[in-house]
Design a protein around this ligand. Structure first.
Ligand SMILES: NC(=O)c1ccc[n+]([C@@H]2O[C@H](COP(=O)([O-])OP(=O)(O)OC[C@H]3O[C@@H](n4cnc5c(N)ncnc54)[C@H](O)[C@@H]3O)[C@@H](O)[C@H]2O)c1
Length: 353
Protein backbone atom coordinates (compact mmCIF):
# COMPACT_ATOMS: atom_id res chain seq x y z
CA UNK A 1 0.00 0.00 0.00
CA UNK A 2 1.31 3.44 -0.91
CA UNK A 3 1.73 5.80 2.03
CA UNK A 4 -0.60 8.80 1.79
CA UNK A 5 1.26 12.01 2.64
CA UNK A 6 -0.06 15.48 3.50
CA UNK A 7 2.32 18.40 3.10
CA UNK A 8 1.84 21.23 5.62
CA UNK A 9 3.43 24.52 4.53
CA UNK A 10 3.80 24.80 0.75
CA UNK A 11 6.60 27.37 0.50
CA UNK A 12 10.03 27.20 -1.08
CA UNK A 13 11.39 23.97 0.38
CA UNK A 14 8.11 22.12 -0.28
CA UNK A 15 7.63 23.12 -3.92
CA UNK A 16 11.25 23.45 -4.98
CA UNK A 17 12.75 20.38 -3.25
CA UNK A 18 10.16 18.03 -1.72
CA UNK A 19 7.82 18.14 -4.73
CA UNK A 20 10.41 16.81 -7.21
CA UNK A 21 11.79 14.38 -4.65
CA UNK A 22 8.34 12.83 -4.05
CA UNK A 23 8.01 12.46 -7.84
CA UNK A 24 10.92 9.98 -7.73
CA UNK A 25 9.11 7.66 -5.28
CA UNK A 26 5.55 7.51 -6.62
CA UNK A 27 5.68 3.70 -6.33
CA UNK A 28 5.72 3.90 -2.51
CA UNK A 29 3.79 7.11 -1.71
CA UNK A 30 1.35 9.69 -2.98
CA UNK A 31 0.61 13.27 -1.95
CA UNK A 32 -3.05 13.25 -0.97
CA UNK A 33 -3.44 16.66 0.71
CA UNK A 34 -1.68 20.00 1.12
CA UNK A 35 -2.18 22.80 3.63
CA UNK A 36 -0.96 26.39 3.64
CA UNK A 37 -2.25 29.54 5.27
CA UNK A 38 -1.61 31.56 2.08
CA UNK A 39 -4.11 31.30 -0.81
CA UNK A 40 -1.37 31.63 -3.47
CA UNK A 41 0.56 28.71 -1.94
CA UNK A 42 -2.61 26.59 -1.87
CA UNK A 43 -3.24 27.37 -5.53
CA UNK A 44 0.34 26.45 -6.43
CA UNK A 45 0.01 23.08 -4.64
CA UNK A 46 -3.32 22.42 -6.33
CA UNK A 47 -1.80 23.08 -9.77
CA UNK A 48 1.42 21.17 -9.17
CA UNK A 49 -0.20 18.03 -7.73
CA UNK A 50 -3.50 18.27 -9.61
CA UNK A 51 -5.41 17.87 -6.34
CA UNK A 52 -9.16 18.62 -6.00
CA UNK A 53 -10.38 21.39 -3.68
CA UNK A 54 -11.37 18.96 -0.92
CA UNK A 55 -7.69 17.94 -0.55
CA UNK A 56 -6.43 21.50 -0.06
CA UNK A 57 -6.57 23.01 3.45
CA UNK A 58 -5.84 26.31 5.16
CA UNK A 59 -5.78 24.84 8.69
CA UNK A 60 -3.35 22.01 9.46
CA UNK A 61 -5.75 20.48 12.00
CA UNK A 62 -8.36 19.98 9.28
CA UNK A 63 -5.82 18.24 7.04
CA UNK A 64 -4.73 15.96 9.89
CA UNK A 65 -8.34 15.20 10.88
CA UNK A 66 -9.47 14.63 7.26
CA UNK A 67 -8.53 10.93 7.16
CA UNK A 68 -6.78 11.58 3.83
CA UNK A 69 -3.24 11.01 5.14
CA UNK A 70 -1.13 8.36 6.89
CA UNK A 71 1.62 10.88 7.64
CA UNK A 72 2.43 14.58 7.35
CA UNK A 73 5.46 16.39 5.99
CA UNK A 74 5.89 19.63 7.97
CA UNK A 75 7.49 22.44 5.91
CA UNK A 76 6.28 25.53 7.79
CA UNK A 77 8.43 28.14 9.56
CA UNK A 78 10.26 26.68 12.57
CA UNK A 79 7.93 27.84 15.37
CA UNK A 80 5.09 25.68 13.98
CA UNK A 81 7.09 22.42 13.57
CA UNK A 82 6.54 21.01 17.05
CA UNK A 83 2.91 22.12 17.58
CA UNK A 84 1.92 20.54 14.25
CA UNK A 85 3.98 17.40 14.95
CA UNK A 86 2.24 16.95 18.31
CA UNK A 87 -1.20 17.36 16.77
CA UNK A 88 -0.35 14.81 14.06
CA UNK A 89 1.10 12.29 16.54
CA UNK A 90 -1.94 12.62 18.78
CA UNK A 91 -4.06 11.85 15.71
CA UNK A 92 -1.99 8.70 15.05
CA UNK A 93 -0.04 9.98 12.01
CA UNK A 94 3.65 9.55 11.22
CA UNK A 95 5.65 12.73 10.78
CA UNK A 96 8.48 14.28 8.77
CA UNK A 97 9.81 17.60 10.10
CA UNK A 98 12.00 20.09 8.29
CA UNK A 99 15.08 21.26 10.16
CA UNK A 100 15.56 22.63 12.75
CA UNK A 101 13.13 20.31 14.53
CA UNK A 102 12.02 22.96 16.97
CA UNK A 103 12.66 26.22 18.76
CA UNK A 104 14.57 24.60 21.63
CA UNK A 105 15.64 21.27 23.11
CA UNK A 106 12.79 21.08 25.66
CA UNK A 107 10.18 21.45 22.91
CA UNK A 108 11.80 18.75 20.75
CA UNK A 109 12.07 16.43 23.74
CA UNK A 110 8.31 16.71 24.29
CA UNK A 111 7.70 15.62 20.68
CA UNK A 112 10.15 12.74 21.13
CA UNK A 113 8.39 11.57 24.30
CA UNK A 114 5.00 11.75 22.61
CA UNK A 115 6.24 9.85 19.52
CA UNK A 116 7.68 7.13 21.75
CA UNK A 117 4.44 6.91 23.77
CA UNK A 118 2.41 6.62 20.56
CA UNK A 119 4.90 4.27 18.87
CA UNK A 120 4.99 6.50 15.77
CA UNK A 121 7.95 7.41 13.54
CA UNK A 122 9.30 10.96 13.20
CA UNK A 123 11.74 11.69 10.38
CA UNK A 124 13.97 14.78 10.39
CA UNK A 125 15.04 16.41 7.10
CA UNK A 126 18.79 16.57 7.54
CA UNK A 127 19.13 16.76 3.77
CA UNK A 128 22.91 16.84 3.53
CA UNK A 129 23.02 13.16 4.63
CA UNK A 130 21.38 12.31 1.35
CA UNK A 131 24.19 13.69 -0.81
CA UNK A 132 26.27 10.85 -2.22
CA UNK A 133 29.60 12.65 -1.75
CA UNK A 134 28.95 13.29 1.93
CA UNK A 135 27.95 9.67 2.50
CA UNK A 136 31.27 8.65 0.96
CA UNK A 137 33.12 11.23 3.08
CA UNK A 138 31.48 9.90 6.24
CA UNK A 139 32.50 6.34 5.46
CA UNK A 140 36.08 7.37 4.62
CA UNK A 141 36.34 9.29 7.89
CA UNK A 142 34.76 6.66 10.12
CA UNK A 143 36.32 3.60 8.52
CA UNK A 144 39.90 4.62 9.23
CA UNK A 145 41.06 6.02 5.88
CA UNK A 146 42.96 8.85 7.62
CA UNK A 147 43.38 7.28 11.07
CA UNK A 148 41.91 8.52 14.34
CA UNK A 149 40.21 11.90 14.02
CA UNK A 150 41.87 15.04 15.39
CA UNK A 151 40.00 18.04 13.92
CA UNK A 152 36.82 18.69 11.94
CA UNK A 153 36.56 22.15 10.36
CA UNK A 154 33.28 22.99 8.67
CA UNK A 155 32.52 26.12 6.65
CA UNK A 156 29.03 26.97 5.42
CA UNK A 157 28.85 30.52 4.16
CA UNK A 158 26.93 32.58 1.64
CA UNK A 159 26.02 36.20 0.82
CA UNK A 160 22.24 35.92 1.09
CA UNK A 161 21.81 38.40 3.98
CA UNK A 162 23.38 41.05 1.75
CA UNK A 163 21.00 40.68 -1.20
CA UNK A 164 19.80 44.19 -2.04
CA UNK A 165 16.23 44.84 -0.94
CA UNK A 166 15.74 41.50 0.85
CA UNK A 167 12.67 41.90 3.02
CA UNK A 168 11.72 40.91 6.57
CA UNK A 169 10.98 37.21 6.08
CA UNK A 170 10.02 34.94 8.99
CA UNK A 171 13.65 33.74 9.21
CA UNK A 172 14.72 37.22 10.42
CA UNK A 173 12.23 37.08 13.32
CA UNK A 174 13.35 35.20 16.46
CA UNK A 175 9.75 34.44 17.44
CA UNK A 176 9.24 32.42 14.25
CA UNK A 177 12.74 31.16 13.52
CA UNK A 178 14.35 30.64 16.94
CA UNK A 179 17.80 31.61 15.67
CA UNK A 180 19.21 32.61 12.28
CA UNK A 181 22.06 30.85 10.47
CA UNK A 182 22.76 28.98 13.70
CA UNK A 183 19.69 26.79 13.29
CA UNK A 184 19.19 27.28 9.56
CA UNK A 185 22.55 26.36 7.98
CA UNK A 186 23.90 25.23 11.34
CA UNK A 187 21.49 22.36 11.95
CA UNK A 188 22.76 20.59 8.81
CA UNK A 189 26.41 21.18 9.65
CA UNK A 190 25.96 20.18 13.30
CA UNK A 191 24.26 17.00 12.12
CA UNK A 192 27.15 16.25 9.72
CA UNK A 193 29.58 16.66 12.59
CA UNK A 194 27.51 14.39 14.87
CA UNK A 195 27.27 11.85 12.03
CA UNK A 196 31.01 11.21 12.34
CA UNK A 197 30.18 9.47 15.60
CA UNK A 198 32.27 11.46 18.08
CA UNK A 199 29.87 13.19 20.51
CA UNK A 200 30.31 16.88 21.38
CA UNK A 201 30.76 17.70 25.08
CA UNK A 202 30.93 21.50 25.17
CA UNK A 203 31.31 24.62 23.09
CA UNK A 204 31.86 28.35 22.77
CA UNK A 205 30.05 30.41 20.19
CA UNK A 206 29.62 33.96 19.04
CA UNK A 207 27.07 35.39 16.63
CA UNK A 208 25.75 38.65 15.30
CA UNK A 209 23.46 40.40 12.87
CA UNK A 210 24.84 42.27 9.87
CA UNK A 211 21.64 43.75 8.43
CA UNK A 212 19.84 45.08 11.48
CA UNK A 213 16.55 46.25 9.96
CA UNK A 214 14.47 45.06 7.05
CA UNK A 215 11.32 46.36 5.39
CA UNK A 216 8.21 44.25 5.73
CA UNK A 217 7.05 42.13 2.80
CA UNK A 218 4.43 44.03 0.80
CA UNK A 219 4.56 47.09 3.09
CA UNK A 220 6.59 50.14 4.06
CA UNK A 221 7.29 49.50 7.77
CA UNK A 222 10.78 48.57 8.96
CA UNK A 223 11.35 45.77 11.48
CA UNK A 224 14.31 44.96 13.68
CA UNK A 225 16.08 41.74 12.65
CA UNK A 226 16.22 39.55 15.76
CA UNK A 227 18.12 36.53 14.40
CA UNK A 228 21.81 36.03 13.67
CA UNK A 229 23.34 36.48 10.19
CA UNK A 230 26.61 34.82 11.24
CA UNK A 231 27.76 32.41 13.92
CA UNK A 232 31.02 30.67 14.82
CA UNK A 233 31.03 27.59 17.03
CA UNK A 234 34.14 26.02 18.57
CA UNK A 235 33.44 22.55 19.95
CA UNK A 236 35.19 20.02 22.19
CA UNK A 237 34.30 16.47 21.22
CA UNK A 238 35.07 13.25 23.06
CA UNK A 239 38.47 11.57 22.56
CA UNK A 240 40.28 14.95 22.31
CA UNK A 241 38.75 15.73 18.93
CA UNK A 242 38.13 19.43 18.28
CA UNK A 243 35.83 21.03 15.75
CA UNK A 244 34.77 24.39 14.49
CA UNK A 245 31.79 25.41 12.44
CA UNK A 246 31.71 28.75 10.57
CA UNK A 247 28.26 29.87 9.47
CA UNK A 248 27.34 33.07 7.69
CA UNK A 249 25.00 34.64 5.21
CA UNK A 250 27.04 37.86 5.27
CA UNK A 251 30.02 36.84 3.13
CA UNK A 252 30.06 39.24 0.18
CA UNK A 253 30.99 37.60 -3.15
CA UNK A 254 30.12 34.07 -1.93
CA UNK A 255 26.82 32.80 -3.40
CA UNK A 256 27.31 29.51 -1.48
CA UNK A 257 30.31 27.66 -0.14
CA UNK A 258 30.24 24.54 1.98
CA UNK A 259 33.46 22.78 2.84
CA UNK A 260 34.19 20.03 5.35
CA UNK A 261 37.83 19.33 6.28
CA UNK A 262 38.53 16.30 8.43
CA UNK A 263 42.02 15.82 9.86
CA UNK A 264 43.12 12.41 11.13
CA UNK A 265 46.43 11.07 12.46
CA UNK A 266 47.51 10.01 8.95
CA UNK A 267 46.01 12.60 6.63
CA UNK A 268 43.03 14.76 5.78
CA UNK A 269 39.80 14.52 3.79
CA UNK A 270 38.15 17.46 2.06
CA UNK A 271 34.59 17.78 0.81
CA UNK A 272 33.99 20.93 -1.21
CA UNK A 273 30.49 21.47 -2.55
CA UNK A 274 31.94 22.89 -5.79
CA UNK A 275 33.89 19.71 -6.58
CA UNK A 276 31.04 17.45 -7.62
CA UNK A 277 31.38 13.73 -6.99
CA UNK A 278 34.84 13.64 -5.42
CA UNK A 279 36.43 13.66 -2.01
CA UNK A 280 40.04 14.85 -1.84
CA UNK A 281 42.35 12.85 0.40
CA UNK A 282 45.82 14.05 1.42
CA UNK A 283 48.14 11.52 2.99
CA UNK A 284 51.58 11.88 4.51
CA UNK A 285 54.40 12.23 1.97
CA UNK A 286 52.55 14.78 -0.15
CA UNK A 287 50.09 12.30 -1.65
CA UNK A 288 46.92 14.01 -2.92
CA UNK A 289 44.14 11.85 -4.34
CA UNK A 290 40.80 12.80 -5.89
CA UNK A 291 38.58 9.91 -4.86
CA UNK A 292 35.47 9.58 -7.06
CA UNK A 293 32.27 8.63 -5.25
CA UNK A 294 31.74 4.86 -5.76
CA UNK A 295 28.55 3.85 -7.55
CA UNK A 296 27.00 2.30 -4.44
CA UNK A 297 26.49 5.81 -3.00
CA UNK A 298 24.51 6.95 -6.06
CA UNK A 299 25.38 9.83 -8.35
CA UNK A 300 26.26 13.35 -7.23
CA UNK A 301 22.65 14.26 -8.02
CA UNK A 302 21.08 11.46 -5.97
CA UNK A 303 18.86 12.83 -3.24
CA UNK A 304 16.73 10.23 -1.51
CA UNK A 305 15.32 12.07 1.46
CA UNK A 306 11.63 11.40 0.74
CA UNK A 307 12.41 7.73 0.09
CA UNK A 308 14.15 7.57 3.45
CA UNK A 309 11.07 9.11 5.10
CA UNK A 310 8.67 6.64 3.47
CA UNK A 311 11.01 3.76 4.35
CA UNK A 312 10.92 4.89 7.98
CA UNK A 313 7.10 4.88 7.88
CA UNK A 314 7.37 1.30 6.62
CA UNK A 315 9.70 0.37 9.48
CA UNK A 316 12.87 0.32 7.35
CA UNK A 317 15.92 2.31 8.40
CA UNK A 318 19.56 2.46 7.33
CA UNK A 319 22.68 4.28 8.48
CA UNK A 320 21.49 7.47 6.76
CA UNK A 321 18.04 7.69 8.37
CA UNK A 322 17.64 10.74 10.59
CA UNK A 323 15.01 10.72 13.30
CA UNK A 324 14.33 12.66 16.48
CA UNK A 325 17.36 10.96 18.04
CA UNK A 326 19.57 12.95 15.65
CA UNK A 327 17.22 15.94 15.87
CA UNK A 328 17.72 16.09 19.64
CA UNK A 329 21.51 15.91 19.30
CA UNK A 330 21.52 18.84 16.86
CA UNK A 331 19.04 20.86 18.90
CA UNK A 332 21.16 20.48 22.02
CA UNK A 333 24.17 21.98 20.20
CA UNK A 334 22.01 24.80 18.79
CA UNK A 335 20.67 25.66 22.25
CA UNK A 336 24.17 25.53 23.77
CA UNK A 337 25.56 27.81 21.03
CA UNK A 338 22.70 30.26 21.50
CA UNK A 339 23.37 30.45 25.26
CA UNK A 340 27.13 30.67 24.74
CA UNK A 341 26.85 33.57 22.31
CA UNK A 342 24.33 35.40 24.47
CA UNK A 343 26.06 34.89 27.82
CA UNK A 344 29.63 34.99 26.40
CA UNK A 345 30.69 31.77 28.10
CA UNK A 346 31.64 28.10 27.52
CA UNK A 347 28.57 25.84 27.68
CA UNK A 348 28.68 22.13 28.50
CA UNK A 349 26.14 20.18 26.49
CA UNK A 350 24.79 18.41 29.56
CA UNK A 351 23.54 21.82 30.79
CA UNK A 352 20.84 21.61 28.12
CA UNK A 353 17.89 19.64 29.50
N1 LIG B 1 16.39 20.97 4.46
C1 LIG B 1 16.80 22.11 3.91
O1 LIG B 1 17.86 22.18 3.30
C2 LIG B 1 15.94 23.34 4.02
C3 LIG B 1 16.11 24.41 3.12
C4 LIG B 1 15.25 25.51 3.24
C5 LIG B 1 14.28 25.55 4.24
N2 LIG B 1 14.19 24.51 5.11
C6 LIG B 1 13.20 24.54 6.21
O2 LIG B 1 11.89 24.42 5.65
C7 LIG B 1 10.96 25.19 6.42
C8 LIG B 1 10.24 26.15 5.49
O3 LIG B 1 11.20 27.01 4.89
P1 LIG B 1 10.88 27.71 3.46
O4 LIG B 1 12.17 28.28 3.01
O5 LIG B 1 10.15 26.79 2.59
O6 LIG B 1 9.92 28.88 3.96
P2 LIG B 1 8.74 29.58 3.14
O7 LIG B 1 8.42 30.83 3.85
O8 LIG B 1 9.10 29.65 1.68
O9 LIG B 1 7.53 28.53 3.26
C9 LIG B 1 6.82 28.32 4.46
C10 LIG B 1 5.36 28.10 4.11
O10 LIG B 1 4.65 27.72 5.29
C11 LIG B 1 3.40 28.38 5.26
N3 LIG B 1 2.86 28.43 6.63
C12 LIG B 1 3.21 29.27 7.65
N4 LIG B 1 2.52 28.97 8.77
C13 LIG B 1 1.71 27.92 8.44
C14 LIG B 1 0.73 27.18 9.15
N5 LIG B 1 0.46 27.43 10.45
N6 LIG B 1 0.06 26.21 8.51
C15 LIG B 1 0.32 25.93 7.20
N7 LIG B 1 1.23 26.60 6.46
C16 LIG B 1 1.92 27.59 7.08
C17 LIG B 1 3.70 29.74 4.68
O11 LIG B 1 2.53 30.39 4.19
C18 LIG B 1 4.67 29.37 3.57
O12 LIG B 1 4.02 29.11 2.34
C19 LIG B 1 11.80 25.87 7.51
O13 LIG B 1 11.71 25.14 8.70
C20 LIG B 1 13.21 25.84 6.98
O14 LIG B 1 14.19 25.81 7.99
C21 LIG B 1 14.98 23.41 5.01
Amino acid sequence: MKKRIGIIGYGWIAWDVHFSNYKTVTDICEITAVCDIKPEARQKAKDMFGLPDECIFSDYRELIDSGLCDAVDICTPNNMHCPIAKYALNAGLGVSIEKPVGMNYAEVKEVDELAKAKGLPVFVCFSWRHKATLRFLKDLATEGSIGDLIHVYITCIKDSALWKGRRFEWRFDKAQAGTGVLCDLGSHMIDLLAWLGVPAVGLSANYGTTVKERQEIGGEAWHKVTTDDWCNIILDLEHDVSANIKLSRSCATIPALTQVEIYGKNGKLIFNEKEKGVVTRHLEGGVEEKLPVPEKYGTAATFSQCESFINLLNGKTDVYTSTLKEGLIAQRVIDAAEISGREKRYVKLDEIK
